[in-house]
Design a protein around this ligand. Structure first.
Ligand code: AMP
Ligand code: MG
Length: 484
């Protein structure tokens, strides 16, 4: 059957967000970059909005990504929000460098780095090419790892200069999300005591993200519960894959439980529970191991923001459950799956706890450990080979061997499941850094290579075996700066 795909010229967007009061946004036109050129186009994201995957040939693509072409029905706007940054309330955040165009098929399109908005404060509204490449690649990688995330349609580079630690070239990524509402969007109206607008925002979120609650009398409370459960599931998945976000401020927490606003993130190299990817985070507030606690803290801030329209007691009870079992169970389920366990056993929590201690003490690459374990058949040598402290691994394997006796599926079935759960390929920062350094010399081939690897995390790709090993010692668990 002929399936009419859209091209950029006839793409039509809607802007339901603009039906909210004008305090919710800043209508503002982008400031296009100089001499823009395409760095990469992502046909998988194009498919989601029914856009022809051949659109990389479309002369309008660069104009679209540069904010120089406005699709039918679209209006450019930045969204308003506040948020707690490193524990302190900031009443004035918002899209300081992002502009929305509108939505189609449930995807809200947004340009990141397209110029100043009402919310730019003292900054320039731009995004450096290096951080744009990082966001572009990692959001795709996360999606293919089964982790809820925003997506990206494409990225352009330019000759526009911006000042960061040095002069750099600016870029724009077109991001797509099923929601751009953040915990901080609610905080803005709560702290301004604008409760009618707070309620209007809640209704908007229900329509956009939780339409099954629309007719429910208790819909605001149930919305809170959904956000909380999605957050539990998201953070459990981050912990399971070894993702450290780095800037878990409440303005970077998605109301749909998506990974948003990729900054100084990192995937763990050697497992280190206390790893801090963001090197401006001196005390490790947003370290890998703290992420579950911080998610709870952020949810308490959301509950405060919702308190004018939802019972505080009911939300507190749900928060208590989050700490007591909703998050812990979500995490144990994730790890159980990574261990190939198909039946639930009451002692699994302990097995998982011991595993975390083991990984921390064994000095072993997180990804390599689980991938190697996915082929475990009783022979421990392959696991000893990858750990600096094999004795620690040995102790835990004794527990695992015992636990496997409770399983009903065969070893081959378990291995098959694990190979589809524990990736062979993840994007480590040193790989992305290599792609960035090449891009800075006008060679974008590595961006394409990493995009390909990112979309095949569980496959055996013999030509890319060099991306599946241990991280070179000099690049292990380095920190990144927030400046982007
Ligand atoms: P982040 O934590 O990186 O997601 O950003 C925190 C806040 O700073 C958000 O309100 C951003 O829009 C804003 N911001 C970050 N970089 C810039 C920039 N170069 N220009 C304007 N606003 C920015
Ligand atoms: Mg942000």
């Amino acid at each position: 059957m002929y399936n009419a795909l859209m091209n950029i010229e006839n793409m039509t967007l809607k802007t339901p967000y603009l039906s909210l009061d004008n305090e919710f946004y800043d209508l503002r036109n982008p400031e296009p970059l100089d001499e823009p050129y395409l760095i990469s186009f992502n046909p998988e994201a194009a498919k989601l909005i029914d856009l022809d995957s051949e659109s990389y040939n479309d002369p309008l693509l660069i104009a679209l990504l540069n904010g120089a072409f406005s699709p039918k029905g679209s209006r450019f706007f930045a969204m308003c929000y506040a948020g707690h940054q490193f524990g302190n309330y900031n009443p004035w955040l918002g899209d300081g460098r992002a502009m929305n165009l509108g939505s189609t098929l449930g995807w809200n399109l947004q340009l990141k780095g397209s110029g100043e908005t009402l919310y730019s404060r003292t900054a320039d509204g731009r995004a450096a090419m290096r951080s744009s490449i990082r966001e572009y690649l990692m959001s795709e990688a996360m999606h293919h790892l089964g982790i809820p995330t925003t997506r990206a349609l494409g990225i352009i580079g330019s000759k526009t200069k911006i000042i960061r630690n040095q002069m750099e070239n600016a870029a724009i990524v077109m991001r797509m999300s099923t929601s751009w509402i953040r915990f901080g969007s609610f905080e803005y109206f709560y702290y301004n005591r604008e409760y009618a607008k707070l309620e209007a925002l809640a209704e908007y979120v229900i329509t956009e993200s939780f339409p099954h609650l629309q007719k429910d009398e208790d819909r605001f409370y149930k919305m809170f519960c959904e956000v909380l459960e999605r957050t539990a599931s998201l953070i459990a998945k981050w912990q399971g894959i070894g993702f450290n976000h780095g800037v878990m401020n409440t303005d970077n927490m998605s109301i749909e439980g998506l990974t948003i606003d990729y900054g100084p993130y990192a995937m763990l190299d050697d497992f280190n529970y206390n790893y801090i990817c963001n090197h401006t985070d001196k005390i490790g507030r947003y370290s890998y191991g703290e992420q579950p606690n911080i998610s709870y803290w952020n949810l308490t801030k959301l509950s405060e923001a919702l308190s004018p329209i939802v019972s505080k007691e009911k939300m507190q009870k749900k928060l208590d459950e989050y700490g007591a079992f909703i998050y812990p169970n979500a995490y144990i389920d994730v790890v159980r799956k990574k261990l190939g366990l198909s039946v639930k056993n009451t002692n699994d929590a302990q097995l998982v706890e011991e595993l975390v201690v083991t990984l921390h003490e064994a000095y072993v690459d997180h990804t390599l450990f689980f991938r190697t374990l996915s082929r475990y058949d009783g022979d421990r040598a392959p696991l000893y080979d990858i750990a600096m402290e094999p004795v620690v691994v040995d102790n835990w394997l004794k527990l695992y061997d015992k636990r496997l006796l409770d399983e009903t599926s065969t070893q081959a079935e378990r291995q098959e499941r694990m190979l589809q759960t524990n990736p062979k390929y993840i994007l480590k920062n040193y790989m992305i850094q290599d792609a960035i350094e090449k891009a800075e010399c006008d060679d974008y081939s590595m961006v394409e290579t990493l995009l390909y690897i990112a979309s095949h995390p569980y496959d055996e790709l013999p030509e890319f075996e060099n991306f599946a090993g241990d991280t070179p010692e000099e690049y292990k668990n380095i920190g990144l700066s927030c400046s982007s």
